[in-house]
Design a protein around this ligand. Structure first.
Ligand SMILES: Nc1ncnc2c1ncn2[C@@H]1O[C@H](COP(=O)(O)OP(=O)(O)OP(=O)(O)O)[C@@H](O)[C@H]1O
Length: 606
């Protein structure tokens, strides 16, 4: 089944060790060891020894079960099944359906391991279940004790890899915020209207089963209208959500959440301590892709899975925010600020929302045909090349104009495994089937504790949202002069004239299929300003737009990429649109400055 060798790992001092057998394979013995690196399986077959490892960082949880009583009704369900249904042979320890005559205890271990894709080159993550059946003892209680010992050790190893204060399912122990935290739940905010409107189904069908496997305790809120998430997080008690505040939707709903948090008086503590997450269900989904790109995770095959695994692992990585000052408001942005071509496409294609991310392609063609230019002034503080962080390949692709390719994910530990299969091992003689569990909002196994119904949810645009007094925005003070005052002359450069677009980006991706700033990292303190002035030919512009998916647009000479720490944009025409994180804002001028590593996002960070 697995052929990856890891003898060094097997030689590590094990925390637990046991020998298991597989009935169907005579003369095959598995010596299973649990070490700090993960689960080592040493297979001995007719004198041949193979050692395989399931890395701890790939294991998300485990669960003890016992045999289910067999009845005529469920007899047929005992056949092996590849569906995501509960294993019909086992039940929870306290179930009324348990088989009192079977003394075995089962431990199900859930892992999501890297696997090479057969069709496309690259990798993906696939679910793997390892079933250990304990029946060396004569009594069920003793076998269950043994299974529990393994479960506790695995759980301990999983949780100790996070920061102990803020990992899901664990109670924090020290510090001012931690002592206030009573529970480390995850709070999911679902936008049922994001993307093509499938967020709720995606959460129920693809996220909840993984949360259940990982034993994550969580609450849910389904938004009812635009600004609902923002209003909620502004006043919500966050002390219990040490596991994370996760949006199930697009970048727009995360923008609402971040800005809602910044409207809290305790913003500083909350933004520092709360881990933000995103399960991509929107149209653009730039941040989810940027997080995977930063940590070389194989995102495209299954973005929802990869992002959910980030949540259950519970590890946070710092992320830059940008403080945006307009004539009337302050915003905190994590992705981009746009003016001109790309913002027009983003906002105007909204009417094609029903067709998903294709709307951007269709509208790009339309805008290219009816190309517009806008008058304005752009001022910025350039970051000198010697102060730029090194790119992923050791240089700056923008400065050298070399194409930065996506870095391949690490080579697979299991190149020829058929994961998605299960490995069933036992201390004596029978083989069990895999357990592919499915859960729902209403499942008893689910640890969901609050479900705020979205009955009456309606689609409302920002302008239709219920009117309320504008709350005060807190956050770090600006280092820039007020927008109404002139900028200092010394370190500010100025471009004036006609522009096709200005797009300021601080993550690698502004949409899942748009590698806008290949060298950008989650927390590098750099805003990449892409400036295209009037005069560019349509052919070059087309080349630019086509290159966005791979990052080759950085080679178009007419598109300048400037690393900056702050900028001011003053459009001189009031017909132009400005977007912040893809959301349209109503003001005409703005200035922005980067605040390095201000927020924390859930990411697969080793
Ligand atoms: N229940 C709701 N009904 C209508 N609009 C909502 C609701 N909840 C949130 N919104 C608004 O929907 C907008 C879009 O949401 P979201 O970002 O989740 O999806 P998207 O725009 O499809 O994705 P992306 O931002 O990645 O392109 C947000 O501006 C948000 O304010």
């Amino acid at each position: 089944m697995m052929d990856s060798m890891d003898d060094n790992h097997f030689a590590m001092k094990p925390m637990l060790e046991e020998t298991f057998y597989i009935l169907s394979k005579k003369n095959t013995v598995y010596r299973v060891k649990l070490t700090e690196k993960g689960l080592c399986l040493q297979k001995e077959n007719n004198g041949t020894i193979k050692t395989e490892t399931i890395a701890l960082c790939d294991i998300i949880g485990c669960r003890c079960m016992r045999s289910k009583r067999r009845s005529e009704n469920n007899a047929c369900a005992c056949r092996p099944s590849s569906s995501r249904k509960n294993d019909p042979r086992v039940v929870d320890e306290n179930s009324v359906d348990k088989d009192e005559n079977d003394i075995s205890a089962f431990l199900y271990i859930y892992a999501y391991v890297l696997k090479n894709c057969k069709v496309k080159s690259g990798q993906k993550r696939e679910r793997m279940t390892i079933t250990l059946r304990f029946r060396s003892f004569d009594k069920y209680d003793d076998n269950m004790k043994e299974a529990q010992k393994w479960r506790s050790a695995i759980k301990y190893l999983i949780t100790s890899r996070y920061s102990p204060q803020i990992s899901p399912g664990m109670s924090p122990t020290s510090g001012p915020f931690e002592s206030a935290v009573i529970e480390n739940k995850v709070f999911f905010i679902i936008n049922p209207k994001s993307g093509v409107g499938k967020a709720r189904d995606i959460f129920q069908q693809r996220v909840v089963p993984i949360l259940t496997e990982a034993d994550i305790n969580y609450d849910i809120h389904v938004t009812r209208h635009a600004q609902d998430a923002r209003n909620l997080v502004r006043s919500q008690d966050m002390n219990q959500y040490g596991g994370g505040l996760v949006v199930v939707g697009g970048d727009g709903i995360l923008f609402e959440v971040i800005n809602g948090l910044m409207e809290r008086m305790d913003w500083e503590m909350v933004i520092e301590r709360i881990k933000l997450g995103i399960i991509p269900c929107g149209s653009g989904n730039g941040l989810a892709k940027a997080i995977s790109y930063a940590y070389n995770e194989p995102h495209d095959h299954n973005p929802v899975l990869i992002s959910t695994l980030n949540v259950v692992r519970g590890v946070a990585a710092p992320m830059d925010l940008v403080r945006v000052q307009t004539e009337s408001q302050v915003y905190f942005s994590f992705l981009s600020i746009g003016w001109g071509l790309l913002s027009d496409i983003d906002v105007e294609s909204e009417r094609l929302r029903a067709i998903g991310s294709q709307r951007f392609t269709i509208w790009s063609v339309a805008r290219l045909i009816g190309l517009r230019t806008y008058k304005g002034r752009l001022s910025f503080v350039r970051i000198p090349a010697d102060r730029l962080p090194l790119s992923r390949n050791g240089s700056s692709s923008f400065l050298s104009r070399s194409i930065s390719e996506c870095v391949d994910v690490n080579s697979s530990m299991y190149p020829s495994n058929s994961f998605g299969d299960c490995l069933n091992l036992e201390t004596s003689s029978e083989v069990t089937d895999c357990m592919r569990r499915r859960d729902s909002f209403y499942s008893v196994a689910s640890r969901r504790s609050t479900y705020l119904s979205a009955a009456g949810s309606s689609y409302q645009s920002l302008v239709d949202a219920p009117a309320s007094r504008t709350p005060r925005m807190y956050g770090p003070a600006s280092r820039l002069p007020p927008l109404s005052q002139p900028l200092p002359q010394d370190n500010w450069e100025v471009f004036s004239g006609e522009f096709v677009m200005v797009h300021a980006v601080y993550q690698s991706h502004i949409a899942a299929d748009c590698l806008f700033a290949p060298d950008s990292r989650l927390s590098d303190g750099v805003i990449w300003l892409c400036v295209i002035k009037a005069g560019i030919s349509r052919a070059h512009l087309l080349q630019f737009l086509l290159g966005l998916s791979t990052g080759t647009h950085v080679n178009i000479a007419q598109a300048e990429f400037i690393p900056v720490s702050a900028f001011r944009l003053e459009p001189l025409s009031n017909t132009s649109l400005i977007t912040v994180d893809g959301e349209r804002i109503n003001d005409n001028s703005l200035q922005a400055e980067i605040i390095p590593g201000m927020a924390n996002v859930l990411a697969r960070r080793s």
